[in-house]
Design a protein around this ligand. Structure first.
Ligand code: ATP
Ligand code: MG
Length: 346
């Protein structure tokens, strides 16, 4: 259950910079999702934290003490790989107890610990099954139990869910969260699935090309991304250049405020925009714009609209959960709640 500090971590492969001065702090007992596209350096980061790979520069501290020169087995960080890597000639119980056996833990204690862990990962009674007798999801859970067996200070999960099909993913995701809440282990969870990160993590670190773009709680990243890269990662967004907004649409007091933001881009998620037939009375927190429905797409519990708005010289996306029925070509008023907007650098 360690606090982790990663300082200026740098790694090159074949003279190519893979990690570039990466900094990240993780509180004790926190679960952080490391989110980023393929090849951005996620696995490399976990390998360096666990000690399986050396960094070129930088430091890693667990509870304030540098572990960068310690070998893997002395660090207390366990890495669970995406491909689970169970020992094929050992059954589930032997796989789970492997680390404990290495540590010289007593047989009866090992047996109890295996039983307890199989309960924890919802596979009670699976002691004597061999990996080839287990489904992918079950193997993944055994791999998780094996990692937990040695009471790691830090748990590192490299895309533990991505090999599983949709139903199993949800189950495994809930299990990981449940175990985390029970054990309060400091955990780094690698994923390239934004929804997984939003649902599972206490905090999310968004990675790009060997560096972190933004670290924060899920809602903060969704609502207040620092740039378009992060905003796009978390779903659809409208981007409106402040300089392109027709000045007539602003009430006088807003006008002054927006003068300072004239080089920025206003970002607003489509579900925050409200459509209405009537023009709303003046309200200083809502920007009201006139538009014309270009496209309406029915998607079951929600409707996607594309609305042409002359005052911003573009089309805006709107997601409507109230299932209104505005026809193509009809005139509507869009209400943009400015307290839900983020202002990005141009
Ligand atoms: N041992 C190695 N030798 C040379 N290059 C490597 C080595 N390991 C990784 N790389 C390169 O480093 C970069 C980052 O790899 P890494 O495995 O950390 O990515 P990742 O973010 O985990 O991607 P994915 O989501 O696909 O798993 C990639 O360009 C990869 O090709
Ligand atoms: Mg990887």
């Amino acid at each position: 259950m360690s606090r982790i500090e990663i300082k200026n971590l740098t790694k090159k492969f074949d003279s190519k910079n893979i990690l570039k001065d990466l900094n990240l702090n993780i509180e004790q007992g926190e679960m952080v999702a490391l989110l980023g596209p393929s090849g951005c350096g996620k696995t490399t980061t976990l390998k360096i934290i666990s000690g399986l790979l050396d960094a070129d520069q930088g430091d890693i501290k667990f509870d304030g003490k540098s572990v960068i020169d310690l070998p893997t087995e002395k660090r207390g960080a366990v890495l669970v790989f995406q491909e689970y890597l169970l020992f094929p000639h050992l059954n589930a119980a032997e796989n789970i107890a492997f680390g404990l056996k290495m540590q010289g833990v007593d047989k009866s204690i090992r047996k109890n610990r295996v039983e307890e862990l199989l309960e924890l990962v919802n596979l009670p009674g699976y002691q004597s099954r061999y990996p080839y007798e287990l489904s992918g999801g079950q193997q993944q859970r055994i791999a998780l139990a094996r990692a937990l067996a040695v009471h790691p200070k830090v748990l590192l999960l490299d895309e533990p869910i991505s090999n599983l099909d949709a139903n199993l993913r949800e189950e495994m995701r809930d299990l990981i969260r449940k175990i985390h809440e029970e054990k309060q282990m400091t955990t780094i969870f690698v994923t390239h699935d934004r929804e997984e990160a939003l649902l599972v993590a206490d905090k999310i670190a968004v990675m790009k090309d060997g560096n972190l773009e933004q670290v924060g709680i899920p809602e903060e990243l969704y609502r207040n991304p620092v740039n378009r890269y992060v905003a796009d990662f978390f779903g659809q967004a409208n981007y409106i250049k402040i300089s392109q907004i027709n000045k007539d649409v602003f009430p006088a007091d807003k006008m002054r405020e927006y003068k300072h933001k004239k080089n920025k881009i206003l970002m607003l998620r489509p579900e925050f925009i409200h459509l209405s037939k009537e023009k709303l009375e003046y309200n200083k927190n809502i920007l009201v714009l006139k538009g014309e429905i270009e496209k309406r797409s029915y998607a079951g519990e929600r409707i996607y609209y594309q609305v042409k708005v002359n005052a911003v010289n573009s089309s805006l996306r709107v997601i409507d959960f109230k299932l209104s029925s505005y026809d193509q070509g009809s005139t509507v008023y869009l209400e943009l709640p400015l307290n839900k907007a983020a202002y990005l650098e141009n």
